[in-house]
Design a protein around this ligand. Structure first.
Ligand code: AMP
Length: 289
């Protein structure tokens, strides 16, 4: 595995790979790699890609007062994890390589990015969309792997690729969880042991609500309230949002007649954790089983 630090190096390596008939796989990350990230790298390798992992803590997607400076940066461990998973290259640019000047050009996918995470973090998705567009421009034609863990981010990236006709195929990969259901996240390291014990309530609340949908509940507000009440029943969780959305548009649903996505977020001390699950109405469940 080769460690690359400049945009020119990435362009040269990915260009050579494509010229030899290989497909480039791109796995954008902010580092502090865990099994969730590794699953994306493994998916790219399983698809036969020459895989580029990027490790860049993108300042544009953090607002004032968020955890940009505190964000974990265990670079040696990240290189070892990417290498063990089979990455061909890891791109670790400095801030000066990515943003020699504060960018005047930004990308926003407004209607997809203004609710949910976007309501709690108003500048977040334009920061994500801008850096991802830039990584796509640097990597060139590729397959790009993103986790369903950040479900709204996946929707934003899928849409920006379609809107801007970028030569990128976006692939969503399933959420990797701890044995008790907590979604793996680089921010889980901030949890105290009590908060860690409480955090799986997020996933449990979503699963219980998905069961209610599978059993035939069609009123989204009832499902939304179930998720909220379950999270609020945990004293260490500060509830942020719960919603029932159309997975493509991220808009809220009123009546559940098609497969939907249930999403929730809550703060446990320092970290805000998010999670989501799919929920199918009974007729779709029947079709799929
Ligand atoms: P991050 O480093 O948090 O920006 O995440 C980089 C990529 O890894 C994103 O596409 C995330 O959705 C994905 N990811 C993070 N955690 C998980 C997880 N638990 N399961 C699957 N993918 C994940």
């Amino acid at each position: 595995m080769e460690v690359l630090t400049t945009i020119d190096q990435v362009r040269a390596r990915t260009g050579e790979a494509r010229a030899s008939g290989h497909v480039v796989g791109l796995v954008p990350t902010m580092g502090a790699l865990h099994d969730g990230h590794v699953s994306l790298i493994e998916a790219a390798i399983a698809d036969g890609c020459d895989t580029l992992v990027t490790v860049f803590v993108n300042p544009l997607q953090f607002a004032e007062g968020e955890d940009l400076d505190a964000y974990p940066r265990p670079i040696e461990a990240d290189l070892a994890a990417a290498g063990a998973a089979g990455a061909a290259w890891v791109f670790v640019p400095g801030d000066g390589e990515m943003y020699p000047d504060s960018p005047l050009t930004t990308v926003s996918v407004a209607a997809l990015g203004d609710r949910l995470e976007g309501a709690s973090r108003p500048t977040h998705f334009s920061g994500v969309a801008t850096v991802v567009t830039k990584l796509f421009a640097i990597a060139g034609r590729c397959r790009a792997y993103f986790g369903e863990k950040d479900f709204q981010q996946l929707a934003v990236v899928t849409r920006l690729v379609a809107d801007l006709s970028l030569p990128v195929e976006v692939l969503g990969c399933p959420i990797v969880r701890e044995p008790d259901g907590l979604a793996r996240s680089s921010r889980n390291v901030y949890l105290t042991s009590e908060q860690r014990a409480a955090a799986p309530v997020l996933h449990r609340a979503l699963l219980e609500a998905a069961d209610v949908v599978h059993a035939g509940e069609r009123r989204a507000d009832v499902v939304r309230a179930l998720i909220e009440n379950r999270i609020r029943s945990e004293p260490l969780a500060a509830f942020d949002y719960a919603d029932v959305v159309d997975p493509a548009t991220m808009r809220p649903i009123e009546t559940i007649a098609v497969p939907v996505r249930l999403l929730a977020a809550a703060q446990f001390g320092i970290p805000r954790l998010l999670d989501n699950v799919a929920a199918l109405p009974p007729h779709d469940l029947g079709d799929h089983t």
